[in-house]
Design a protein around this ligand. Structure first.
Ligand code: NAD
Ligand code: UFG
Length: 337
């Protein structure tokens, strides 16, 4: 199979490229490098012994996308490219709608003109209505999101659903990710956000390494087991393997379907801190602070549909997620020393 990965040099794209190459597929990465580096292409080759194709380009550039489709001739697209910072999307809605929704429309036009009709989309648990109880099940209402970022995911899912209804030869799988963390066990690829990390695990990694003084635990009075927020953390390599399973499904089914990629288990902020302490071998300082605006107390996935339709379940636990994150953090430190 030939897979075109938009946003392929990013965090989830690069790990998915590894999983696809290791399963014997051909891969082309298409990325404007806004939030990643071309160095990732070499790292993927070092891990797999196979070189992925790379084309620098923006998904909003329809002509460039068409060039990519006509030269590479993919069987399907895995569409990771997009902006993803929830807080930034509130401050810059136009940029988010333009890049995520506008970019997807341009890409779909290029697909239609060049005859590619299969797409896996990086959606998010953020599409679920706030009032849904966990576990989140794919049939639950999706009405509106709490940020422009989340709204772009809902709008793109709607566009894909409408297109599948209007033209019966399309195949779309909307993968709703929960909280991807960790890194490839080689430590050669992982998540390295610029500036102070917004997400929990990259923040904990920097505290563990002494680059930040303590973890700010946002809220200790939620109605959860230990009072801290609960999420469904999933190892990025499990997520990557979920894409390989979804690709096989997409090749053999038509229409549009949402599928959760999560473990089905919730872990608290303190669970993560303690698992990370085991991984790094020392105590991690933290302080309980006020709740972060917009956060939900707890949510996690139902992983049943992924199991029944894709034959996929997440295999790795918190221990491996934190071990591989810590290993990557040490590789980063080695590089910058
Ligand atoms: P990432 O920022 O590491 O990767 C996204 C990649 O897309 C980057 O390499 C960036 O340079 C590229 N890109 C952005 N706009 C582009 C454009 N217009 N044209 C071409 N390339 C462009 O993010 P990630 O964590 O790998 O996320 C991948 C996808 O998964 C995103 O769509 C994100 O919204 C979604 N997602 C991520 C999470 C998460 O927690 N990481 C959770 C749910 C959904
Ligand atoms: N948290 C802290 N301290 C921090 C950062 C986070 O206590 O420094 C807590 C949060 O309050 C929350 C949990 O850790 O309880 C996880 O927070 P993250 O920011 O890591 O992740 P979110 O669940 O808020 O959001 C992530 C992505 C979204 C996506 C969502 C669901 O950032 O894009 O998962 O997929 F929509």
């Amino acid at each position: 199979m030939k897979a075109l990965l938009t946003g392929g040099t990013g965090f989830i794209g690069s790990h998915t490229a590894v999983a696809l190459l290791e399963a014997g597929n051909e891969v082309m990465l298409y990325d404007n490098l806004y939030n990643s580096s071309e160095r990732v292409v070499g790292a993927i080759e070092e891990i797999t012994g196979k070189k992925p194709g790379f084309m620098k380009g923006d998904i909003r550039d329809e002509a460039r996308m068409k060039e990519c489709f006509t030269t590479f001739k993919p069987d399907l697209v895995i569409h990771f490219a997009g902006l993803k910072a929830v807080g930034e999307s509130v401050a810059k809605p136009l940029e988010y709608y333009d890049n995520n929704v506008g970019g997807t429309l341009a890409m779909l036009r290029a697909m239609r003109e060049t005859g590619c009709r299969r797409l896996i989309f990086s959606s998010s648990a953020t599409v679920y209505d706030l009032h849904n109880p966990s576990p989140y099940i794919e049939g639950m209402p999706v009405t509106h999101a709490t940020s422009p970022y989340g709204e772009t995911k809902i709008q793109i899912e709607t566009i894909l659903r409408d297109l599948a209804k209007a033209e019966s030869d399309w195949s779309f799988v909307n993968l709703r990710y929960f909280n991807p963390i960790g890194a490839h066990p080689s430590g050669l690829i992982g998540e390295d956000p610029n500036g102070i990390p917004n997400n929990l695990v990259p923040y904990v990694a920097r505290v563990a390494h002494g680059r930040l003084p303590f973890v700010r635990v946002f809220g200790g009075d939620y109605p959860t087991r230990d009072g801290t927020g609960v999420r469904d953390y999933i190892h990025v390599m499990d997520l990557a393997e979920g894409h390989a399973a979804a690709a096989n499904y997409c090749l053999t089914h038509k229409g549009e379907i949402p599928i959760n990629l999560g473990t089905g288990r919730g872990s608290s902020v303190l669970d993560i801190i303690h698992a990370y302490e085991k991984a790094c071998g020392h105590e991690i300082p933290y302080k309980i602070m006020d709740r972060r605006a917009g956060d939900l107390p707890s949510f996690f996935a139902s992983a049943d549909r992924a199991k029944s339709l894709l034959g996929w379940t997440a295999k790795r636990g918190l221990e491996e997620m934190c071990r591989d994150s810590w290993n990557f953090e040490q590789h980063l430190a080695g590089k910058s020393a």
